[in-house]
Write a protein that binds this ligand. Structure first.
Ligand SMILES: [Zn+2]
Length: 304
């Protein structure tokens, strides 16, 4: 029997290729990329990018520029190959992806590049492209970054080749100011709790003045998280109260700050309980006090 909130302790190490697979140099003419250290231009070479100012080289492996030191990969290096197993059951995954895309799709601008921070193994993006909600979901517009090369190598196999994947630290993004029309993250903040303000400022920096920041995370007011956060893969995590996030956004000068509570679906439920849980969720979200104990919250704001 599957544990209700199971986090399998099975750990597989992903094997990094001894000889990096070098793909054609990336198209840089209209690229938002810059040196994460000094924000100067990058010069593409066959297997690396070199900053024209500070001369720091950034290797490219399997078509993915690596901007952060590999040792910063953290626990996700060990968990990459199993990470998707740690998450919700297939039925609940579809439910969560569908509902999150329904909330995100309203914020997909008609043009401009779009950045997902903490894209992991790319399952959320893959779901959106497969569902093809709108013609605006052109993979060429999308950039996914994550700290874990192991996860990105898996995402590379899953996602369209025209989508750009990049390994980088969210505290020093390798993108120019005002680059993206939408920056979004889901379930990232509780992994970067110790540098939340730095990450949010970087997300804000790379956002276009008319752009939207869309952030979904786990709501610590929901008691289910007490169990989920005891999982091995969440051992570095600390949940962010919505009020703390909203305070940061306000101090950054964000405009049109909005939030909503969202969801009550446990990560794993027996199949036959799904219709019941879905009904409970729909009612729960409409009751003002109950909804504040939902499993997730969503905050959006604009820069200008
Ligand atoms: Zn530089």
């Amino acid at each position: 029997m599957e544990p209700l909130f199971g986090c399998r302790r099975k750990v597989k190490m992903i094997q990094f290729a001894q000889t990096p697979v070098i793909e054609a140099p990336m198209e840089f003419e209209h690229s938002p990329f810059c040196c994460p250290s000094c924000h100067a231009d990058l010069q593409p070479q066959a297997d690396r990018l070199i900053c024209v100012n500070c001369r720091i080289p950034y290797p490219i492996q399997q078509g993915i520029p690596l901007f952060a030191a590999e040792q910063d990969d953290g626990i996700f290096k060990d968990y990459a190959t199993d990470y998707d197993d740690h998450r919700a059951s297939d039925l609940v995954s579809i439910h969560l992806n569908e509902r999150r895309w329904q909330m995100l799709i309203d914020h997909i601008p008609p043009d401009g590049p779009i950045l997902e921070l903490g894209c992991g193994t790319g399952t959320f993006l893959e779901y959106g492209f497969q569902r093809n909600f709108t013609s605006a979901l052109n993979p060429q517009r999308f950039y996914g970054i994550d700290l874990s090369p192991a996860m990105l190598f898996l995402a590379r196999k899953r996602l369209p080749g025209s989508l750009t994947l990049t390994q980088a630290d969210g505290a020093t993004l390798p993108f120019r100011d005002n680059s993206f029309s939408l920056v979004f993250s889901q379930l990232l903040l509780h992994h970067i709790h110790s540098h939340l303000d730095v990450h949010l400022r970087e997300m804000f920096r790379v956002l276009q003045p008319s752009g939207t920041l869309w952030v979904l995370d786990s709501n610590p007011r929901n008691p289910l998280w007490w169990f989920i956060m005891r999982q091995e893969c969440e051992k570095d995590a600390k949940q962010i109260p919505l009020s703390l996030l909203l305070g940061h956004l306000d101090r950054m000068g964000a405009r049109q700050i909005q939030f909503r509570y969202h969801g009550t679906m446990p990560q794993r439920i027996p199949h036959f309980l799904y219709p019941l849980m879905r009904g409970i969720e729909q009612i729960w979200e409409r009751v003002p006090v109950l909804s504040t104990f939902s499993t997730h919250y969503l905050a959006t704001c604009s820069k200008g």
